[in-house]
Design a protein around this ligand. Structure first.
Ligand code: SAH
Length: 413
């Protein structure tokens, strides 16, 4: 196996279990005599050693500033049962946390570094697991991953691979970036005759992993949706950036007076309507609008897009405004603008649930953006809850970069 030898003292972060080796930490690379190329190929398994030659671990070689992502510390090679053992361990964690139940078969099985599998995401929807590779190494491991999932998770019969948006754009890869790795059952998304529903806390969702965003559903808001349910009774609710309507269904079940769901994507709105009809047939309380968030909040009073001009509870869950560090300033301005607009639309004594899923925007920066929004509107605002990603999106304590979702629940006087 190719050996990556670090410069003196550069092993320290690895000894503290941080799973990344930066290219600047590398002194030299020793290829096997029979290795057919003159440099490691992206996605290869490589051994990492300290400057003194001590073995540090095995990981995937990458092109870019992160050169290796460690899969296992302190070994010279991955054990034969590496994939089955690691994925079975991730499953046992979800099971022990009580996330896998007849009324909840929607959960994240593998959350990258948080489950010691850097570059791999797996979400489970009833009998189907959706796998996303964020590294070329995980792309080449995809068949092992798929086998490990079906052996670890009794309910899973299909594994769909969806890495068209997540693999390095320029990577030269063998094999498809999308498609079923294992397919035993025709589900709705492929076959309109069958009836596929995935259940989250007793609410049923149609999940379109073929055409939907990410793996098809935002699994990371389950706990925060449940909190919306607790506050929804009797309220006029606006679910802005609703995607497939997760927060809307919980608000309806919580006894909201009305729920308006808004998303710029018509496809998302079509799915919201399917999901509401499935769980709350013919419920007159719900309306869905395909509209831009800023337009909706600006024009709503004059345009009568909705009959309601103000809300008791607003949810703002926008897409990541900052995809990279250099976009943070603009992102903060975006968060400030959208939050100011929402705070303006909240009736006295109302509640705002506001989120950021930009990893590059930290908790404090986000809170400051919301603070500026509140100050610019000039209302008295109190923080009721500080929210984050749920337990099936764990953060490896040695890899704080895994924290990305944060939210505030505000009481607006
Ligand atoms: N809250 C959702 C997830 C939101 S993802 C859930 O619980 O499932 C972000 C959503 O914002 C996407 O569905 C995207 O289509 C939508 N979006 C992006 N830009 C928008 C805009 N300018 N106005 C309204 N919606 C937008």
């Amino acid at each position: 196996m190719t050996q990556v030898i670090l410069r003196p003292h550069k092993e320290e972060s690895l000894l503290r279990f941080h799973p990344w080796v930066f290219s600047g930490a590398i002194a030299r690379i020793a290829l096997d005599p029979d290795y057919p190329y003159d440099a490691p190929r992206e996605g290869d398994l490589v051994q990492v050693r300290s400057s003194r030659g001590d073995i540090l671990g095995v990981g995937h070689w990458q092109v870019g500033s992160i050169a290796v992502r460690i899969l296992m510390f302190g070994v010279e090679a991955l054990p034969a049962d590496f994939w089955t053992a690691t994925i079975a361990a991730a499953y046992r964690v979800r099971e022990s946390l009580g996330l896998i139940r007849p009324d909840n078969d929607t959960y994240r099985l593998v959350h990258g570094e948080g489950d010691f599998l850097p570059g791999l995401i797996v979400d489970v929807y009833a009998d189907t697991a959706v796998v996303q590779a964020h590294s070329v190494g995980m792309h080449y491991a995809r068949h092992d991953v798929a086998q490990a999932i079906v052996s670890a998770v009794p309910a899973v019969r299909n594994v769909y691979y969806k890495s068209d948006d997540t693999l390095p754009f320029k990577a030269q890869l063998d094999g498809d970036r999308v498609g079923y790795l294992i397919h035993n059952q025709q589900s709705t998304i492929d076959n309109p005759q069958s009836d596929f529903w995935s259940t989250e806390n007793g609410l049923q969702f149609r999940i379109d992993w073929l055409r939907g965003q990410k793996t098809g559903f935002f699994v990371d808001q389950r706990e925060n949706r449940a909190l919306v349910e607790r506050y929804a009774r009797g309220k006029d609710v606006l679910n802005m950036f609703c995607y497939t309507g997760g927060f809307s269904l919980y608000a309806l079940r919580g006894g909201a007076r009305t729920v308006d769901s808004v998303d710029v994507s018509q496809k998302a709105i079509d799915l919201v309507n399917v999901n509401v009809a499935r769980n709350f047939p013919d419920d007159p309380r719900h309306h869905a609008y395909a509209a831009d968030a800023f337009d909706f909040l600006n024009e709503k009073i004059t345009n009568h897009k909705s009959e309601i001009t103000n809300y008791d509870l607003i949810i703002l869950d926008p897409p990541a405004f900052a995809k990279h560090r250099d976009a943070v300033r603009n992102a903060l301005r975006g968060y400030q603008r959208i939050n100011a607009k929402a705070i303006r639309q909240i009736r006295p004594g109302g509640i705002l649930f506001t989120f950021s899923c930009s990893q590059a925007v930290d908790k404090e920066a986000f809170r400051l953006a919301v603070f500026s929004a509140a100050a610019s509107v000039g209302r008295r605002v109190r923080i009721l809850h500080q929210l984050h990603q749920p337990q099936d999106h764990p953060i490896n304590i040695y890899h704080p970069e895994g924290e990305y979702l944060k939210g505030l629940v505000l009481y607006v006087e």
